[in-house]
Write a protein that binds this ligand. Structure first.
Ligand SMILES: [Zn+2]
Ligand SMILES: [Zn+2]
Length: 754
């Protein structure tokens, strides 16, 4: 007795070898029918004995291809059509596409074997890939995901590749970016006056150059890297100088996991992240001395090779630890187009290893850490973007524009929330252009109609993202307060729309309800009902507003105006004149704003401990303080009392000044400050949860990138009957804001609607 069923599979099921997998499964169970890529996922029609159909569905769920991620399998009985065999049909187009675009994948084991097999057609070919691996988001120009819609469209398949492409039993069946040395793109090396090297030897020559201490720009998946030998101090210093990157740490690419273990201490969690399909940069405690690579931090960012070219480079003898940093000058976005890269990097790179396959869009390496509460994403880009991070209970398309620093945007289509790659700081013109492009890109890829769209943006009237929002043709628009968005981002990741929680947002800067600069806010509520502010950091005056974020001593002026302080212009404090000027501004109320920012409180403590210069990247002073604190083993903490809805920073800062005057070791002071902040937060959380009858505490905002703070909180809260939730799928910094905006927008929880 024959029966028939149709199966619809949703999730990341296109471009990951799903149809050949279905084909082979149908063959194995001797079933007839067909499979095709529909716009809502993979559609299967099956005919055969009922037991065969059941077994097929069981295996489909149990053993999908490695790169696939099944969100739902829908099986419905249907009429027999009398199919005689199983076939793979061409893609269907109707309505608008809701399939998910797969993030880029690292080269797989099978392809690596072929890459290093002298007898293989693709031996040494830097663009080898198959349905289980290779580029996706960085080559896709449109949907559905087929070769004419990728940056490989200009390279027609030769007979060999074509045969594999059409053979359902082959690993490259419908592998859209497939190619071989005979028909596909290649790499070439440009090294000053040197004759361009013949193909094959250019990778060897690049490895030589790196060994000689040169800086080489190397085209990767989502942009160019600047590479040099991480163990060659003069090369590293030359790179810093030419890149105008004074102190920000460089990431390292280690030849393999064994070399990575020589460089950093890898916990089991960190090791798993290092080897995960996203192949991110993993921050972990440094073991090796690499002068100049990551000055003044105990952590090192390490990743493993993920493209065939990177594997070839190491195999050809490149140094086993390479600095691999985004190719740009300081603060510019990563270069990804060849002409632009050659122009912008002319004074930085000694040579260029240029791949011919165009990059569809700029995608940086992602940065993660295995933290006290589980994995934390600090920069969400390659390997993660544009994957869906949450399923929303809403049909309406929503576009959320994020914040101005560490910008990302979120598009919700048919209830799937797609978060873009990290875009960067919108004050930078190139980043702003990338922001506009990404919005256009996502909206057109998913064929969302502007007159259908609900848009959300930050409340800050001067944010570029907010101003841009008003130029979009969205049907409806509203603003979402920055720190409420942080809290909502954690709940949205978990699909907790109605869960009431205490939301603690410790952050650098955000526009508050009253127009002041918030950043130490505690809320109670849910995404569905909105969040009410129930407590905050005691307010201080900030001279110069957001500009004070670059000068810790400038931020210090307003906070220290509230306590008695000694002369700070002399040792041990040595505050520069900027402090005196800022103090006068505070007194006279000139360009002075109110703030409750915990990020600034950390800056003040850092200034008191010796960080009196300008910061050269966001969050630097707080990171500096955390690193110093890690050197101490003392167990005391400074008082940071919570009363009447206010965390009072005055006793905390008084203690720092007192112990500094007593010449207590700065590491011990930093440690007692850090633990004091954690204890104050614990006290506020426990008190408020008790009064408001809550059992869940959500932590989000840039300050929670501070791992030592999370470790302290974990210890301090261990005995409390409270659930502690942090971000796992999007960053706790402003990179996660767009997801939170979308979540609150989905429930109409706007501050203001236009
Ligand atoms: Zn492969
Ligand atoms: Zn070929």
């Amino acid at each position: 007795m024959l029966s028939a069923c149709s199966i619809r599979v949703r999730g990341v099921v296109q471009g990951v070898g799903f149809r050949p997998f279905v084909y082979r499964l149908a063959q194995a169970h001797a079933l007839a029918g067909w499979v095709l890529n529909g716009e809502e996922g993979v559609e299967i029609h099956l005919e055969g004995p009922a037991e065969g159909l059941t077994a097929f569905v069981r295996d489909l769920r149990a053993q999908p291809p490695a790169a696939a991620s099944i969100a739902a399998v829908q099986v419905t009985d249907t009429a027999l059509l009398g199919c005689k065999e199983f076939a793979i049909r061409e893609s269907q187009q109707a309505g608008h596409p809701t399939v998910r675009i797969s993030p880029d994948l690292p080269v797989c084991e099978d392809c690596l074997k072929e890459l290093f097999d002298a007898g293989d057609r693709r031996h040494g070919y830097p663009y080898i890939n198959c349905t289980n691996c290779g580029p996706r988001y960085t080559v896709i120009l449109g949907l559905p995901y087929d070769r004419p819609n990728t940056t490989m469209k200009q390279w027609p398949l030769d007979e060999f590749c074509d045969r594999e492409y059409h053979d359902p039993a082959n690993r490259r069946f419908h592998a859209q970016p497939t190619a071989c040395p005979a028909c596909g793109p290649g790499y070439h090396l440009e090294a000053g006056r040197e004759e361009p090297s013949e193909s094959g030897s250019n990778v060897r020559r690049t490895a030589q150059l790196l060994n000689e201490g040169r800086i080489v720009a190397i085209k990767g998946l989502g942009g160019y890297h600047l590479a040099c030998n991480a163990r060659d101090q003069s090369a590293v210093e030359a790179l810093r100088q030419r890149k105008y990157r004074k102190e920000k740490p460089f990431a390292i690419m280690a030849k393999d996991a064994a070399v990575a273990r020589e460089l950093v201490e890898l916990s089991s969690g960190a090791g798993a992240l290092l080897l995960s399909p996203a192949r991110p940069i993993v921050l972990a405690p440094a073991r090796a001395e690499l002068p100049g690579v990551a000055p003044q931090t105990r952590e090192l960012g390490v990743m493993l090779p993920y493209t065939p070219l990177q594997h070839l480079l190491f195999a050809e003898g490149a140094p086993s630890a390479l600095v691999m940093t985004s190719a740009n000058r300081s603060s510019e976005p990563i270069a990804y187009e060849d002409a632009d890269a050659k122009e912008r990097l002319a004074g930085i790179a000694d040579a260029f290893l240029i791949g011919e396959r165009p990059i569809a869009r700029r995608v940086d390496d992602s940065v993660v850490r295995a933290g006290a509460f589980g994995p934390m994403i600090l920069r969400r880009s390659r390997g993660y973007a544009p994957g869906a991070v949450a399923a929303f209970p809403t049909e309406r398309p929503i576009l959320a524009l994020g914040a101005d620093l560490k910008n990302s945007v979120t598009l919700v289509v048919d209830g799937q929330a797609f978060v873009s790659q990290h875009i960067g700081d919108l004050d930078h013109y190139e980043c702003f252009r990338a922001f506009e492009e990404t919005i256009r890109d996502l909206v057109s890829m998913y064929e969302v109609r502007w007159d259908d769209l609900l848009a959300a943006h930050d409340t800050h009237p001067q944010y570029r993202s907010a101003i841009h929002a008003t130029e979009l043709k969205a049907a409806q628009m509203g603003t979402v307060q920055h720190h409420r968005a942080h809290i909502a981002s954690v709940l949205a990741e978990r699909g907790e729309w109605e869960r009431r929680c205490l939301g603690i947002s410790f952050d650098g800067t955000g526009y508050g309800d009253d127009g002041s600069i918030w950043g130490g806010e505690i809320f109670a509520g849910s995404i569905k009902d909105g969040f009410e502010r129930v407590a905050h950091l005691r307010t201080a005056v900030l001279a110069g507003g957001d500009a004070a974020a670059t000068f810790p001593v400038q931020a210090a002026a307003g906070f220290l105006a509230q306590i008695d302080v000694p002369d700070l212009s002399v040792p041990p404090f040595n505050f520069p004149d900027r402090y005196r000027i800022a103090s006068e501004m505070v007194c006279k109320g000139l360009r002075a704003f109110n703030t409750s920012s915990v990020g600034r409180l950390f800056d003040v403590a850092a200034a008191l401990l010796g960080f009196t210069r300008e910061v050269t990247f966001e969050g630097q002073a707080a990171m500096w303080l955390e690193q110093i604190a890690c050197e101490s083993t003392n167990t005391d903490s400074y008082p940071f009392p919570f009363a009447d809805g206010e965390l009072d920073f005055r006793p905390l800062l008084r203690a720092v000044i007192r112990d500094r005057l007593k010449e207590r070791d700065t590491a011990e002071i930093a440690r007692a400050f850090q633990r004091g902040v954690a204890r104050g937060l614990r006290e506020a959380a426990v008190t408020l949860c008790h009064t408001l009858d809550l059992d869940t505490v959500v932590l989000s905002g840039g300050v929670f990138q501070n791992e030592l703070l999370l470790e302290d909180l974990k210890t301090l809260l261990a005995a409390e009957p409270l659930q502690i939730w942090i971000n796992h799928a999007v960053p706790p910094n402003d990179g996660g804001i767009s997801l939170g905006q979308a979540a609150l927008a989905a429930f109409g929880r706007f501050d203001r609607v236009s």
